[in-house]
Ligand binder design. Sequence first.
Ligand code: SF4
Length: 497
Amino acid sequence: MATSPASGGATFLGVPAPRGVGHLRGDMTFPQAARGALANTQLRRNLGHATDVIRTKRATVVAELDDWEQLRLAGEALKRATMARLDEHLDRLEREVTARGGTVHWARDANEANAIVTKLVQETGETEVVKVKSMVTQEIGLNEALEAAGITPYETDLAELIVQLGHDMPSHILVPAIHRNRAEIREIFLREMPDVDPALTAEPRRLAMAARAHLRKTFLRAKVGISGANFGVADTGTLLVVESEGNGRMCLTLPETLITVMGIEKVVPTWQDLEVFLQLLPRSSTGERMNPYTSAWTGVTPGDGPQRFHLVLLDNGRTATLGDAVGRDALHCIKCSACMNVCPVYERTGGHAYGSVYPGPIGAVLSPQLTGIKDNPTLPYASSLCGACFDVCPVRIDIPAILVRLRAQKVEEARAHSRVPSAEAVAMAAASWVMSSPARFAAAEKAARVGRLLGRRTGRIGALPPPLSGWTSSRDLPRPPAETFREWWARERGGRS
Ligand code: SF4
C-alpha cells in the first residue's frame, strides 16, 4: 500500500519508494537536444501553427464560463485534499474494484508494471492487443516490453498510430504527433499501411478514413485491450477514460480482457469530484465544452463488455514525489496540455527535446521528480519562468515555483557531491560580494561599459568567453547601456532620492 508523507513516510508496499524508470529521460541534456530542434524550421512551423490553433480554441471556450476561476480553485482544492489522504483513497479503490469482479495489481516501477501486464496478456494466450491512448503506458515503455515478449500492441488513437507507424516518440501529451504535418503523415501511411490506397491525399478527412480502415479489422479481432485512466473513482471502483475519436470506447468494450494501467495520483474520492474535473479538462485540452466520449466502467458485468478486468496501479516515482512539500503539486496534473500550448520554450523546441514522454512545463517539473533530479538535471532550466503555464493550468499548479525549487535542489545536490565550488557558485559568490556594497556595485557598472565594444551592430552580445560562456550559450546578453540607471537618476534628480 502506498503511503503519503502525511500518513507516515514515503514508502510503497512497505518499502522505501523507488524513483521511476521508463521513458522519462533522454540520451541528451535539454540544451543539447534543443539546439538540434531549434535548427529544424519545419518543426517550428508545425508547432507554431498547431499550438496557436489550440490556444485560440481554449481561450474562446474558457471565456464562456463566468465561474472559470472558481472551478480552478475547486480543482486545486480537490487535488490537494486527495493527495493528503492518498493511501486511504487507493485502499478504497482497490476494495471496490475487487468487490465488483476486477483484480488490482501494484507496481513499484516501470519494470514491474511491464512484467505484470505482459504476464496478464500471456495468460490469455493472445499475441496482440489494442491500446487506448495512454501517457502512463508510454511512460513505462509498455509497447517495447510487449514487443520483446512477442506481443504486438496496436495503438488506436489516430495521433498515437502516426507515432507508432513512424517509429517515433510522442512530442505532446494531447497531440502526440503535433510535430508532423499532413504531408509527412501521408508519407508514413503510404509507407507503413499494407493495404492503403496508393492515391491517398494529405486531406485530413482522407487520412482519418485510411486510419479507420486500417484499424477496423484489428478492433474486431483483438481479445485484449489495454488502457490508461484519466480518473479512478475510489467510492465505486469506477475507471474513466475521456477521448475524442471513439477508438477508446471500442478498446474498452469489445475485447474479452481489459487491462488498465493507472498512476496512483489519478484517484479521486467521489463522483462529485468529476463534476469539476470534467468541466476543466475538455476546455483546457481540446478547447471543447465537453468530451465527445467519456467512458466509465466498474469491475466486470456478466454478458456486457470485457469479462476479465485488471487494474495495475503504478508508483514509478510518485510516492517519492509526494515527499516534497512544494514539488508534490506536480502530481495534481490532469494532463490537459494547456501549459505546453502557451510555453514559449516548448513552442520553439518541441517535445522531443525534453527527452521524456512528459514535455513542456509540466514535464520540466514532473520528469525530474519521478526520476530524481540527478537523472534529469537540466529540465528545470527549460523555462523562462514567464508564468504563462500557471495562468492556464486548470488546477493551478504553480509550475514556476516548482521549477525554482528544483533548481535549488540541483544546486544543493551538486554542492553536496563536490569539494570544488562550481563555476556557478563562484560567480554567485562574486555577485553577492559586488552587490552587497554600493561602491563596489557602481564600480562594476562602470567596468561593464567595456562590454559596449561588443554587440554594436545588433545591440546584443551572443558569445562571451568562459566562465560567462555558460550564460551566453543559451541566451543573448543585452549590450550594456551608455548610461546606467544610477547615472540617469543623478542627472535627472540632481542626487535627490
Ligand atoms: S500542469 Fe496544468 S496545464 Fe499543464 S498539463 Fe497539467 S493540468 Fe494541464
